[in-house]
Design a binder for this molecule. Structure first.
Ligand SMILES: C[S@@+](CC[C@H](N)C(=O)[O-])C[C@H]1O[C@@H](n2cnc3c(N)ncnc32)[C@H](O)[C@@H]1O
Length: 395
């Protein structure tokens, strides 16, 4: 897999025009970046149901787009990872108390894999939350677990649960960026991090290299949660690359979401078309040339219709809403939604390649420090789209 970094890097650099944009904003004009090209002609032929089908089938998106973006011809093997070879753990109900459904599926899948690839004689659970994964590892391996977490309340909750279950788990409250690392890390540990965001998993890797931990198993998420404005590459190859990623571009791979079913899709259509319609209204009626970010909105508020949504949003923004043709703006919002979805299909072909570029940067960094790295998908995407597991062992 690591040999895929350079071809992926070239592909992303050559195809920036197709992914480095925000479909929400690009949808403003029919004269968008692909206008008057064969790609735009193809997008125009798509019905709403075609778009919806394609959104859930990235292989078909690759296939369809290859004629307009030839660089995508070889993309599939570059981003494909093997699935887990381990059978998900079968857990007693007393062990799973309080673990919500999807989280439980993630933990049983990741847990079985890290147990199979375990080295070291104790565990470190990084950014542990309530320590669900740590408890399962302690139970199955009989080895001690240090669960490191920032939020005191989660530490207390996790510690109480571990005591109740008589498990050798010790919570340590601390900040990943300024922890008392001599007391947290040691080379006998196998560190695990399930969905430690952005710089949090990077800080684990750096400490793990300093202390030469026996092994690391990381499932990264929220790549955009970083302290700087730009992604800071870790590996030699990524440092040499001309590819730069801003905080907002680091959100692009996260646009790949789990299908929410028809009701969720309908709700999304309503919310997004309202937001797009209001954006147009504020620009045209109030001359606001900058996008006005609107806070998250409750379903019950949306059910009151577009005009009420505009009133609600303008109150929050301290704007005076003019008398205007609301229906017209609602329609524009709906048209923009259709355009935005079609533009998103193009960007969608680059979600996984961008994520793989980030994953490979981290993997190469670990390899440069003498670790053997293995990449897998620890569960199906429908359980979590952040399903890539980087496993590194200090051989
Ligand atoms: C997405 S959650 C994952 C929790 C857990 N691993 C799981 O999968 O259920 C990220 C966790 O990182 C913790 N966290 C955030 N900032 C932190 C920091 N600076 N130091 C340590 N932990 C932090 C949060 O409190 C949260 O519990």
């Amino acid at each position: 897999m690591l040999t895929h970094f350079t071809p992926l890097d070239h592909l992303l650099l050559n195809c920036q025009h197709f992914w480095r944009f925000e479909p929400f904003h690009e949808s403003r004009s029919r004269q968008h970046r692909f206008a008057d090209t064969p790609l735009a002609t193809w997008l125009d032929t798509l019905s709403a149901s075609d778009v919806s089908t394609l959104k859930h089938d990235v292989s078909r998106v690759y296939l369809q787009l290859q004629q307009y973006i030839p660089e995508l011809t070889d993309i599939e093997p570059m981003v494909a990872l093997e699935g887990s070879s381990a059978t998900p753990l079968d857990l007693d109900s007393h062990l799973t108390t309080g673990i919500p459904g999807r989280k439980l599926e993630q933990i049983t899948s990741m847990g079985s894999q890290v147990l199979l690839a375990h080295s070291g004689i104790e565990w470190l659970e990084w950014c542990a939350g309530k320590g669900f994964l740590g408890r399962i590892l302690a139970h199955h391996s009989g080895q001690t677990v240090t669960s490191f977490e920032w939020q005191q309340a989660l530490c207390e909750h996790g510690q109480a649960e571990a005591h109740k279950q008589n498990l050798p788990v010790t919570f340590v409250q601390g900040d990943a960026f300024s922890c008392d690392h001599q007391h947290v890390f040691n080379k006998k540990q196998h560190a695990v991090a399930l969905h430690a965001c952005g710089d949090l998993h990077v800080s684990l890797m750096k400490h793990a290299m300093d202390y030469q931990l026996a092994a690391l198993s990381i499932a990264p998420c929220c790549y955009h949660l970083i302290q700087g404005e730009q992604y800071q590459p870790l590996s030699r190859l990524a440092k040499q690359s001309r590819l730069t990623l801003s905080k907002s571009e680091l959100r692009i791979p996260l646009q790949e979401t789990v299908t929410g079913g028809e009701r969720v899709e309908r709700h999304r259509y309503q919310e997004m078309s309202y937001r797009l319609g209001l954006d147009e209204l504020l620009r045209e009626e109030l001359g606001l040339n900058e996008y006005q970010p609107i806070p998250s909105v409750k379903k019950s508020q949306l059910q009151l219709g577009f005009i009420e949504f505009c009133k609600w949003a303008s109150e929050r923004k301290g704007l005076k809403l003019p008398e205007c043709d609301f229906l017209r703006y609602q329609k524009i919002g709906e048209e923009r939604f259709v355009r935005m979805e079609k533009l998103s299909l193009v960007q969608m072909a680059f979600h996984r390649p961008l994520e793989m570029w980030l994953i490979l940067d981290k993997s190469l960094y670990l390899q440069e420090h003498g670790y053997q790295v293995h990449l897998t998908e620890f569960c199906e995407k429908k359980i979590t789209p952040r399903n890539i597991l980087i496993h590194a062992s200090n051989s």
